[in-house]
Write a protein of this length. Sequence first.
Length: 219
Amino acid sequence: MVKPLRVAVVEDQELYRSMLTALIGAHPTTAVVVSVAGSSEARARIVPGTADIAILDVELNDGNGVALGVALRRRDPNLAILLLSAHDVMDLVLRLPADVAGSWSYLSKSSSLTMETLIRTLWATAQGQVVLDPELIDVSRARRGSELARLTDRQMEVLRLVAQGMSNQSVAESLHLSVRSVEGHLKLIYETLGISAATTLNARVVATLAFLRDTSRTG
């Protein structure tokens, strides 16, 4: 049996925090170990080894969620971070200090967040991936002249799903392709973007960050 993912929730809006805590606590693969309203309480409660991932509101009443995430990660390098915001600040993921980069994801409170998306994002982030908000991904277009603009439409479809934290199997099912076909598309994506595919997880992270860097949102 898979050990439940330990989740800490830091959210100053009581109703939203209660909703997240209830949803995550009710799922068989996740467990809420800390649920607090602010930065000060989070620093006191989320000590190394307490949680596998922390969900942090970017705009906390007593501090900044990104700064909190950086501090928590430096104290516990194994802690993954999922940022939440009511605004489109997804580009924050690109501006993190190098020593804490990786295993940071972003979801928008303004999006239609489903249980499936939330749980997938939590697990993928805890496993080292970078996951971006699906609805913001859908309205993102490659900037003219960027390396991303050289990808085919099908390759962009694959990359959009990878950036949502989907496994190769899930991508294949979503696009009605074989897993081998998805692997082939990813190989070509990595080659086009100049990414080494020697370590699959790292390559997925770099490709996701390239997607974020080289796209602009039209919605």
